[in-house]
Design a protein around this ligand. Structure first.
Ligand code: ADP
Ligand code: MG
Length: 286
């Protein structure tokens, strides 16, 4: 009877847009105690917009857009859109280095330029007023990137990505079921905490480099079985390490391949639904 019951469970879920790759995954879903979420594109819509530019807008955007022109990071898309609106064209840069979880460095007009977070700052001085402004923006749930050119910080760009409509309700439903909820992100802790507060997530693990995400999952797993929900290239190792990997249908191919469950509608309420379905299926088998 087991295979039939599982087929029914997975067949029904498929109609709801919850693709479950095999029966063992349903069983694993039934055992999880903690749900860990990626931030960008999972809890949030993944469509960030530039909200603030500190410094000379023209100059800051000029450097930024030339650095981000070839990047596939969601932040890059926001900056390119803004530059287009303001009418700044991409001139080009040389010797690009993408620094995972940090930002981008390159040369513009033979001068060193960068865009990214504080982890890139070693060679630059951040004055007190700029640091204070940065913190203020981060506490408003805005991701802030620093723009550097020729040995100086020339400005800040704040980018906002808002939670999906259903994220808060989904987190509440998971907590009501007694599950622990955690956010795992490469973004700054102030930004991560502000978003976590908006949706009711219990715990935040921020400033985690892409290569360290799977290790964080392993650590949490020592306490109880984990489901990890994510969408990005960076999330693939965490998706395969977790007891249950749940990928967003809008995610990168590698994330979708790595997930045992794929949420076609990109809706976190479907995490709750997947839990309910697995419980019903198992009650039927028993
Ligand atoms: P996430 O966990 O949201 O996927 P990432 O690990 O991709 O985060 O990036 C973490 C941080 O690194 C970003 O919030 C940003 O500060 C910086 N960063 C990464 N890539 C870029 C980029 N292309 N341009 C500017 N900053 C970047
Ligand atoms: Mg993401």
């Amino acid at each position: 009877a087991t295979p039939t019951a599982l087929m029914v469970g997975t067949g029904r879920s498929a109609k709801l847009g919850i693709l479950i790759k095999n029966g063992e995954i349903l069983e694993a879903v039934n055992s999880i105690k903690t749900v860990v979420f990626d931030k960008t594109g999972t809890i949030t819509a993944g469509k960030p917009k530039v909200t603030d530019i500190i410094g000379d807008q023209q100059q800051v955007l000029e450097v930024a857009v030339n650095l981000e022109a070839t990047s596939e990071h969601p932040l890059a898309a926001a900056i390119l859109t803004k530059a287009q609106e303001v009418g700044i064209a991409v001139q080009g840069a040389q010797n690009f280095t993408a620094l995972e979880g940090k930002g981008i460095q390159a040369q513009i007009s033979n001068k060193q330029a960068f865009i990214g977070n504080q982890k890139l700052l070693a060679d630059y001085q951040l004055d007190e007023a700029t640091a204070a402004k940065m913190l203020e923006l981060q506490n408003e749930a805005k991701t802030v990137v620093l723009v550097g050119f020729d040995g100086q910080i020339i400005g800040l760009i704040a980018v906002q990505d808002t939670p999906k409509k259903s994220s808060a309700a989904a987190i509440t439903a998971l907590k009501e079921r007694g599950l622990r909820t955690v956010m795992l992100t490469g973004d700054n802790e102030h930004v991560a905490q502000a978003i976590a507060d908006q949706v009711g997530i219990d715990e935040v693990l921020a400033d985690v480099l892409p290569g360290d995400k799977a290790a964080k999952i392993k650590k949490l797993q020592q306490q109880a079985p984990i489901a990890f929900v994510g969408d990005g290239i960076n999330d693939a190792p965490a998706l395969t390490t977790a007891n249950v990997g749940i990928a967003m249908g809008s995610g990168t191919d590698i994330a979708i391949e790595s997930g045992g469950i794929v949420l076609v509608k990109n809706d976190l309420q479907d995490v709750v639904l997947a839990l309910e379905l697995s419980q019903k299926t198992f009650n039927r088998i028993k």
